[in-house]
Design a protein around this ligand. Sequence first.
Ligand code: PLP
Length: 403
Amino acid sequence: MSSALQTTDPEIYTLIKQEEKRQVDELEMIPSENFVSPAVMEAVGSVLMNKYSEGRPFARYYQGNANIDKIESLVETRALKLFGLDENEWHVNVQPVTGSIANFAVYATLLSPGDKMLGMNLYDGGHLSHGWKLPEGKKISFTSRIYDSHFYSVDQKTRVFDYENIMKIAKRVMPKILISGGTAYPREIEHAKMRQIADSVGAYYMADIAHEAGLVAGGVNTSPFPYADVVTMTTRKTLRGPIGAMVFVKQEHASALDFNIFPGLQGGPQNHSIAGIGVALKEALQPEFKTYARQVIKNAQALAAKLLDLGFDVVSGGTDKHLVLVDLRNMGLSGKEVALALEKVGIIANKNTVPNETGKPWNPSGLRLGTPALTTQGLKEKDMEKIAAKIAETLQSRNSPQS
Ligand SMILES: Cc1ncc(COP(=O)(O)O)c(C=O)c1O
């Protein structure tokens, strides 16, 4: 019997089926992607999407929200529990539709227009939403048009952070907020040191753990909560939930944060996504999730080690996380051509900027590879070694005169 979607809209149905097949047939190695469980998908595809619920749990602008109220407050309780937080000290808002909106809501809460922010250089793995503007001044992120954004970089030689240097930059810039977190930094952030730097200049410390949320929840990356004033995260990456984001602030900022999310930046929350996040949080609270998080890192380390063996320039010499960043310049290749060549053999990765970048963001010098999705599918270290070998073979045949 055909499904409702198949009958109503065979074109969309067929494309979804093709995407379902692609996700199974190809190797998903984009570090910010994962596969949600059928339970998460069921919640996201539920009737919750029919309901408008502007406001906060138990304080809505619309009637008929008794169930939505219970769901959203349950999700908040699970979020606090997962990260071991005391509800008298920490407040969480699970409504931001994306990580970028979550971050903007934090700036709106803690900063005034024109205030200085200090975050990680995008070329070294930082994120657009931390106020990215080009070195020559072009303001890319809307955040950089409102706030005065500044950046710190990795050490040119080691390609890891030199916290003494970040301290020097902070003392020169005197930011109101110091931000850590990024999309392509393979090493753990030392949150205790970031706290010290923030304290030395009287700044707030915001840890954006969009990428590492699941690794922190699984206890295999350091938790920023003992050190940060604010923690933001997306829910779809290592945390293995649907698209969405969460912001955790100290109670003193709770009502300002909530106000900046709604009515400040958003309208009605996506109740179906929030429920899906709740299911993912419940899954992350189970002991198996710790095993998963540990395996994600073991896999990334096995991948990095094999790539190093095969002559690849693995940035920082390895990884503490779920991602591996490769600088392709020693092979005379660019990120774009490599990502396209790998796609042809069913390996889905993405081109990325690297420290000391000499290329352009649309054709950078690096390749970013991640293990969260493959680990969800049950792949192990030996599989990673085979994948590394396949990557090398693909690039060799690309460089050989016959190809
Ligand atoms: C560190 C960091 N912060 C924020 C975001 C923004 O997330 P979104 O794409 O949901 O806006 C990302 C997404 O990749 C990220 O890596």
